[in-house]
Ligand binder design. Structure first.
Ligand code: EPU
Length: 344
């Protein structure tokens, strides 16, 4: 019989440095890890710790101070095929599984759909919160449902694709449902054959061309994405970071046309007939921040959208740098850039 975990496993004053990819050294007053939904429910029912914070892969947070609450580390594992038909397979993944290892598992089985989302840091359970996306694909393209525990009642609720109301780096979990639910597993619908290959994103196409691959397999696409990411984005194991720190701002085509008169080379992507998205990395680079270091904090030299911790930065230092960048971008371009990471 497996031993059930009890609240006795709660630890005190634990450093969260290895639990956040920025590598910020703050302390959790109380800390525990859960590996099943039952354990999670047990911890949630525990009245001695009224304030609780769930921590997934720690790849999308900036911790600016000690956490005076019970930090619950999500460790629910497991990958299983729950349904399949001739062409598709529905795979359920535990919230605590590492996202990239999950992607590799699906590729190993020959399932298509997640290859463009290779090497994104973090856990599977946090993927729906910000609708992770890269190289022309977003989680919403393969997502079918997730299960979550309602913190107030302990009830388990299923969220369908529609319920999640995904947008660009956005979902119901960042809005109405924020802080109210803890995602325990996610189900995606993948292809078993007739994979749809997405190589529309310029960088992928040119990487495949360099390699002379004309008809890429899902593994080729994944390999191309991995090599692009490795060439542009810092490895959090070596330099603390949280991927894109800011979201790419969406502005009206009217404002864009005005900006273009002053900055004819400004890049943009159409969002709708009336809106365009501007790469925040370009705005930040134009303000002279790219590759700059301010003490222990800095802006990555190969991608200005990524803030880095050179080793001993505090969350407050990183946040101060983010504020300075936002202010400069606002003054130069009249555009407000918003953080993508959750600042705690
Ligand atoms: N650019 C610059 N300077 C920079 C960075 C970017 O001028 O330092 C301009 C260039 O014009 C470049 C364009 O921005 O062509 C786009 O750059 P990139 O392809 O690197 O994409 P991004 O818009 O900067 C987004 C995501 C990334 C994702 C890539 C690829 C957001 C906030 N970020 O970045 O996501 O990997 O596209 O799809 O949407 C993440 O969320 O953590 C992340 C890394």
């Amino acid at each position: 019989m497996t031993q059930r975990k009890t609240i006795l496993d709660i630890q005190h004053n634990i450093s969260l440095k290895k639990y956040n990819t920025f590598g910020i050294d703050v302390k959790a007053r109380y800390f525990t890890s859960v590996s099943t939904t039952e354990e999670l429910l047990e911890v949630l029912r525990e009245p001695a710790y009224p304030d609780k914070l769930i921590l997934g892969g720690g790849s999308n947070i900036l911790l600016t101070g000690d956490i005076n609450a019970l930090v619950i580390h999500m460790g629910i594992k497991g990958i299983s095929v729950i349904r399949e038909d001739e062409n598709h397979v529905f795979v359920r993944v535990g919230a605590g599984e590492n996202w990239h290892e999950f992607v590799l598992w699906t590729l190993g089985k020959g399932y298509g759909g997640l290859e463009n989302l290779s090497l994104i840091p973090g856990n599977a359970g946090t993927a729906p919160i910000q609708n992770i996306g890269a190289y022309g694909v977003e989680l919403k393209d393969v997502f079918t449902a997730c299960e979550a525990v309602e913190v107030s009642s302990g009830n388990i609720k299923e969220f369908t694709l529609q319920d999640c109301d995904f947008g660009y780096r956005d979902s119901v979990f960042k809005r109405e449902a924020k802080g109210k639910y803890i995602i325990t597993n996610v189900t995606v619908r993948l292809t078993k054959n007739k994979h749809s290959i997405h190589t529309g994103y310029g960088a992928i196409r040119s990487r495949l061309d360099e390699l002379g691959i004309e008809h890429p397999s899902i593994r080729d696409v994944s390999d191309a994405v991995i090599s692009i990411r490795q060439s542009k984005l810092p490895d959090p194991e070596k330099i603390g970071n949280s991927g894109s720190f800011f979201k790419n701002p969406v502005i009206s085509t009217h404002d864009f046309e005005k900006l273009k008169l002053q900055h004819p080379e400004i890049p943009s992507y159409p969002v709708s007939g009336s809106e365009v998205k501007i790469p925040a990395g370009w705005l930040i680079e134009q303000c002279g921040f790219k590759g700059k270091r301010f003490g222990e904090a800095g802006i990555h030299a190969k991608q200005a959208l990524v803030l880095v911790n050179y080793g001993n930065a505090t969350g407050k230092e990183i946040w101060q740098l983010a504020q300075d960048i936002r202010k400069t971008v606002r003054e130069k371009f009249g555009i407000s850039i918003e953080p993508e990471v959750n600042v705690l």
